[in-house]
Design a protein around this ligand. Structure first.
Ligand code: ZN
Length: 290
C-alpha cells in the first residue's frame, strides 16, 4: 500500500472554477484536493479533513504545515469518483451507491490510507447488503483485512457452498493474507475430516467384516465403504454438505446400492431412515464458521 506521505502537497495560483466538483467548491475552503490526473478538484475546509482523517490531522499538525493557505493543493492517487464518495461520507452528504466489489475495495483502500474510521464504518455496513453477499470470498477478504469478526464469520459460512480448490477461485484467494487463507482452508478441511471420522464410528457399521445376527452369514459392508467415499468427495466439492442430504443420499448409485443391500437371509443391511438421520446429525455438528 502506498504510504499517505506520498500524497503531494503543492501550491497553485489559479484553478479554473469549472474544474471544481460542484459539491466541493466551497468559496472559503482552505484546502484543495485533486483527484488522480488532476482533472477534478475539491475545495473544502481543512477542519473537516482534520476531524475525520488521521492522515490529515497529522498533516496539519506538523509545525511547518499547520496553517493551510487557500491555494494548497493535495494531489491524491484516488480517481474522482472514489474521492467524491469519500468526501461525501465525511461531509454528511448523500452517499453515492457502491455497487461493485471493485468500488468497495477502492473506497476501503483509500479510507484506510487516509485513516478515516467514519467511511470505513459506512463501508462495513454496505459490505453486508445483498449485492455483496453473492461473493462470499471477496466479503471474506475484506472482512479479514479489516478484522471485521462478525462479517468474517458470516462470510466463512457462505464459502462452504464452494470448492476451495476450484481454479476459478484462485484470483480471489490470492488476495487473502496467509493467515486468512489458512483459516478458510482449515474450516473447509475440518468439515470433511470431521465427517470422515464420524462415519467410521457407531452408530455406523464397522469397516471390518462381521456376521449376520439372524443367519450367521459373513457380511462385508463394501457398499457402505463406497458410499462413505462418495460422501467425502462431495464434502470436498461442497463442504456445506447440503447436496449430500438433499439429493446424494437419495439418488447416488452408491446410496441406492446401500439401501438395497441385503444379507443372503433377506435382512436389509442398513436402516435407511436411521442412517440418513445419523449422517444429518453428524453434518449439523461440524464447525460452520470461523
Ligand atoms: Zn443374514
Amino acid at each position: 500500500m502506498e504510504s499517505p506521505a506520498d500524497s503531494k502537497l503543492e501550491t497553485h495560483t489559479k484553478i479554473e472554477l469549472d474544474r471544481f466538483h460542484p459539491l466541493f467548491a466551497i468559496p472559503d475552503g482552505d484546502v484543495i484536493l485533486a483527484a488522480k490526473g488532476g482533472e477534478v478538484f475539491f475545495r473544502m475546509h481543512s477542519f473537516t479533513l482534520r476531524m475525520t482523517s488521521g492522515f490529515f490531522k497529522t498533516m496539519y499538525t506538523l509545525p511547518q504545515q499547520n496553517t493551510p493557505t487557500p491555494n494548497d493543493v493535495v494531489y491524491t492517487d484516488e480517481d474522482a469518483s472514489t474521492l467524491e464518495s469519500l468526501l461525501r461520507m465525511i461531509c454528511g452528504l448523500p452517499l453515492l451507491p457502491v455497487e461493485t466489489y471493485d468500488q468497495l475495495d477502492s473506497l476501503l483502500f483509500a479510507a484506510e490510507k487516509y485513516d478515516m474510521p467514519g467511511p470505513i464504518s459506512i463501508l462495513r455496513l454496505q459490505a453486508m447488503t445483498p449485492s455483496f453477499l453473492e461473493d462470499p470470498f471477496r466479503l471474506y477478504a475484506a472482512a479479514s483485512r479489516h478484522a471485521w469478526d462478525a462479517e468474517k464469520s458470516f462470510s466463512s459460512t457462505r464459502t462452504l457452498a464452494y470448492n476451495i480448490h476450484d481454479l476459478a477461485l484462485r484470483r480471489v484467494l490470492q488476495r487473502l493474507s496467509t493467515d486468512a487463507l489458512l483459516d478458510i482452508f482449515q474450516l473447509h478441511h475440518s468439515r470433511r475430516e470431521g465427517l470422515r471420522a464420524r462415519l467410521n464410528e457407531p452408530p455406523f457399521v464397522p469397516g471390518t467384516p462381521t456376521v449376520c445376527p439372524s443367519c450367521n452369514a459373513k457380511i462385508d459392508y463394501h457398499t457402505w465403504r463406497e458410499l462413505k467415499y462418495k460422501i467425502i468427495l462431495e464434502m470436498d466439492a461442497r463442504p456445506l454438505g447440503d447436496t449430500i442430504l438433499e439429493s446424494g443420499l437419495l439418488e447416488w448409485p452408491e446410496s441406492l446400492a446401500c439401501w438395497e443391500s441385503k444379507c443372503p437371509c433377506g435382512r436389509l443391511l442398513y436402516d435407511k431412515a436411521e442412517t440418513l438421520k445419523a449422517i444429518r446429525d453428524c453434518i449439523d455438528e461440524l464447525p460452520k464458521s470461523l
